[in-house]
Design a binder for this molecule. Structure first.
Ligand code: BES
Ligand code: ZN
Ligand code: ZN
Length: 475
């Protein structure tokens, strides 16, 4: 699908028209729309081939409503053979926000067809008519390029997440990191299990021990000239989570290819930075590991010593993500000095999905002001978030009788928060207020469409973190 800006389009097969109400329409059009029972509501579409018009209902001509409507339009058009599709940017004194419109088109049209024997080919050109736009054309061109960059990274993340665990192993993730580095001029370091052993990263090492695929520690760096500051992103890249010896149920295990979503989101963000010309130095660190069963598997009752020497009593091998992140967070803070922000992203707990519902990312951390900044960034990005609070009693739950901490509590409640408090043991004093934890277990993957997110991986985390960096950048 190509998207181009053109002024005053004459030659097209069909025009998409978004309808919030009937006010600006002429009597004849209103009559026809009413005859076909069309309403100006989300989910209502009407295709009039003779008139070369596709009407799409929505309740607001902006933000998420516009993205969902654009996605509905594109998915409707996939059913037909139109080649040139016109969308007018400005009409009747109203102007659509180009980035919002294109985001809906590009994210909404994504389809994962790698494993289909018959691939659907719906290739068409979207021509966005800039006639009557009040915006400067150079600005519009830049907006279009920027949103194309972001959406292409998100669709890449979705494809990584959707790829099977047999096709996407820790080594595959490392290879992808190298490709992304080569494309974007990033520094790229890849380490295997020998490095983990030599550097005391025993918690991460233990999780991958029963897998036939070697665990990989990935470190990408984006270094612009004269950076304004330093941001560190750490991602959980469990290419499969069987639960280990604390085996998941057969239904609980299905979809666990999505457990690499945090790592994949880090790859997606790293893939966008150069094109967006952000002025922050950004480090992307991923623990790519597979959690399996077998004679070599780590066990409940084991005690693991993490890179910072904190000892961990394993009580549940299915709480593996926090073990991988623990060592990756230590590695990040040992390697990188003068950090301004450190964020980790992980499909960490089912408890987060219970707490916030399946569409929202759980954000946790010590700094109220940093959480406020993220509230703003997430809203502007279109990603849904909720903030889960710490308190003085919850840390008691992760204390261990035999080691320093346990990896899984016996308490029924607050599992997303106690997982975050576990990670807090691996955050250095000087970074406490610079750290946020993002639990994307709900938003990262779904076995059905929602809004402009198709079945499967959504790319959760990418847009809000890029928006956060963009906000810093423009200061
Ligand atoms: N990868 C899972 C969490 C998850 C659940 C991700 C649902 C996506 C959707 C994680 O490793 C896990 O199994 N967590 C356990 C923790 C528990 C054993 C303390 C959980 O949430 O049940
Ligand atoms: Zn698990
Ligand atoms: Zn997991």
């Amino acid at each position: 699908m190509k998207i181009e800006l053109v002024e005053n389009i004459k030659n097209f097969d069909i025009e998409v028209i978004f309808i919030k109400n009937f006010k600006a329409l002429n009597k004849q059009t209103i009559k026809i729309l009413k005859e076909f029972n069309f309403e100006a509501k989300e989910g209502k579409n009407l295709l009039l081939t003779d008139a070369k018009k596709l009407y799409i209902g929505l309740s607001k001509l902006k933000n998420e409503d516009l993205k969902i409507a654009a996605s509905n339009a594109i998915n409707e058009l996939k059913e037909y053979k139109f080649k040139k599709i016109k969308i007018a940017l400005a009409e009747d004194k109203k102007e659509l926000d180009l980035k919002t419109l294109v985001e809906g088109l590009l994210l909404g049209s994504y389809e994962f067809q790698k494993y289909k024997s018959k691939v659907k080919n719906s290739s068409f050109d979207i021509l966005i008519d800039t006639k009557n736009s009040k915006k400067n054309i150079e600005e519009l061109k830049k907006d279009l390029e920027d949103i194309k960059t972001i959406c292409s990274s998100i669709n890449m993340v979705r494809s990584i997440v959707n790829t099977t665990p047999e096709d996407y192993t820790p080594i595959t993730m490392a290879k992808d990191a190298k490709k992304i580095a080569a494309k974007n001029n990033l520094e790229c370091k890849i380490y295997g299990e020998e490095f983990l052993l030599n550097n005391g990263m025993n918690a991460m090492l233990a999780v991958g021990r029963a897998s036939r695929h070697e665990s990989q520690l990935i470190h990408l760096t984006y270094k612009p000239k004269n950076p304004k500051g330093k941001i560190v992103l750490v991602g959980k890249g469990l290419t499969y989570d069987s639960g280990g010896l604390s085996l998941k149920s057969s239904t609980g295990m299905v979809t666990m290819k999505c457990d690499k979503s945090g790592g994949a989101a880090v790859l997606g963000i790293m893939d966008s930075l150069k094109n967006l010309a952000y002025e922050y130095e950004v480090h992307g660190i991923i623990g790519a590991v597979e959690n399996m069963i077998g004679g070599e598997a780590y066990k409940p009752d084991d005690v693991l010593v993490a890179k910072n020497k904190v000892t961990i009593e394993v009580r549940n091998t299915d709480a593996e993500g926090r073990l991988v992140l623990a060592d990756c967070l230590c590695y990040a803070q040992d390697e990188i000095k003068d950090i301004d922000y450190i964020f980790d992203m992980a499909t960490l707990t089912g408890a987060c999905v219970i707490a916030l519902g399946e569409f929202s990312t759980g954000i946790m951390g010590h700094s109220q002001s940093l959480k406020k900044k993220f509230e703003k960034a997430s809203k502007a990005s279109g990603e849904l978030v909720g903030f889960l609070p710490y308190n003085r009693y919850l840390p008691e739950l992760i204390k261990s009788s035999v080691a320093d901490i346990v990896n899984s509590t016996s308490s029924k409640g607050g599992g997303a928060i106690t997982a975050s408090l576990f990670l807090d043991n691996f955050i250095k004093k000087e970074n406490k207020k610079k750290w946020l934890h993002f639990d994307i277990a709900g938003a990262a993957y779904k076995e059905r469409n929602w809004g402009y997110n198709p079945y499967g991986g959504s790319g959760a985390g990418v847009r809000m973190i890029l928006k956060f960096i963009e906000n810093l950048n423009s200061k």
